[in-house]
Design a protein around this ligand. Structure first.
Ligand code: SF4
Length: 339
């Protein structure tokens, strides 16, 4: 399916500033924007025609980079135990633990989710734990999940920090992808040194694991220069999928009252990130969606059991297809999720 070029400056819509149009064209041509150029787009009014033009450019890049394909991801949250990471937005943080009681999925439930997600056509399953879930234990769980998923579904780990030797062990256990981010305000809104997060990302890449990351948590009280610097940095990392992740309020956590971005501003910044990432990162929020099972740091109770999965995956697939994306049966090898 082709993409129609929007009419710029015609009688049917307001003109888009020519400098902005040129910058968007440049990004669509896969030329990396400079920080000054990105700052020009960052400063746009979120309700302006130019901000909407960024959105068009982001969509076009996502389409070009993925060949019009979209993927369905699933997360299985394994535990909800008080975590010393103490991230100010997380319901598991030990200092502001927001769950009524500690929770952990038994292995048979984790594998049940894996089988159900795989059978229903999910492309990637992420196993997420707090930083107190033992590493050796995670290797055993990941290894069992690898077998339950079958050969075509990518397995992702979203766990605490680890070193180079542990990164190799994850690979050997069958993990393909690792989600890891250096959070905005790491070390101040969290109890984890920023350097430690960066070392883990280096270990991921050195071990030949595939990286997925993002800019998070994004909210309205961030310093603009810091946010833009981080967007420039993260969009330059080698990844299969990346984007912005907006702060969500979790009652009882320290960041519950933090001012949130408006939806148009979030869309503008997400689009700018996509322009910066270019086609080197084939997937982002435009062409992926998530299903959930187990625990979640943005919630205070378990998702219901895996009876809902067929319905959830079908709904997500339909939503992507209604937006014109093609959802492949299995993850295409060319994108490098599976070794
Ligand atoms: S976000 Fe992760 S590291 Fe931070 S408190 Fe929650 S589980 Fe721990």
């Amino acid at each position: 399916m082709g993409i129609r070029t929007p009419v710029v400056g015609s009688a049917v819509g307001p003109a888009v500033d020519s400098e902005v149009a040129e910058l968007v064209d440049k990004a669509v041509s896969d030329v990396r924007l400079s920080r000054d150029e990105a700052a020009r787009l960052f400063a746009l009014d979120e309700h302006s025609p130019e901000a909407f033009h960024l959105h068009w450019g982001a969509h076009r890049i996502a389409w070009q980079a993925s060949g019009g394909q979209a993927l369905i991801y699933a997360q299985v949250g394994i535990d909800a135990r008080p975590c010393p990471g103490n991230c100010g937005y997380c319901s598991f943080a030990a200092a502001s633990y927001a769950w009524e009681r500690e929770a952990e999925l038994p292995l048979e439930d984790i594998l049940g989710y894996c089988r159900a997600f795989s059978e229903n056509g999910v492309h990637l399953v992420s196993l997420m734990t707090t930083s107190v879930y033992g590493f050796e234990r995670f290797l055993e769980t990941a290894s069992a999940a690898r077998a339950a998923l079958g050969p075509e579904v990518a397995l992702m780990a979203n766990i605490g920090d680890f070193d180079a030797r542990q990164a190799e062990a994850l690979r050997e256990a069958g993990v393909d992808v690792v989600y890891h981010a250096v959070r905005l305000g790491e070390g101040s809104i969290t109890a984890i040194p920023e350097e430690r997060r960066r070392e883990t990302i280096t270990a991921v890449l050195d071990a030949g694991l595939v990286l997925m990351s993002g800019v998070e948590p994004v909210h309205a009280e961030l310093d603009g220069d810091m946010l833009l610097d981080r967007m420039m940095e993260v969009s330059s990392w080698p990844q299969v999928c990346s984007g912005l992740s907006r702060l969500r309020h979790v009652p009882g956590t320290p960041m519950d009252g933090t001012r949130l971005l408006t939806a148009p501003r979030y869309r503008q910044l997400g689009s700018l990130f996509r322009l910066l990432a270019g086609s080197r990162i084939p997937f982002g929020s435009e062409n992926t969606c998530w299903c959930n099972g187990g625990t979640n740091p943005r919630d205070r109770q378990m998702f219901p059991g895996n009876e809902q999965i067929a319905h959830d995956v079908t709904r997500q697939r339909q939503a992507l297809e209604e937006n014109g994306w093609q959802v492949p049966d299995r993850i295409p090898r060319q994108f490098g999720y599976r070794r």
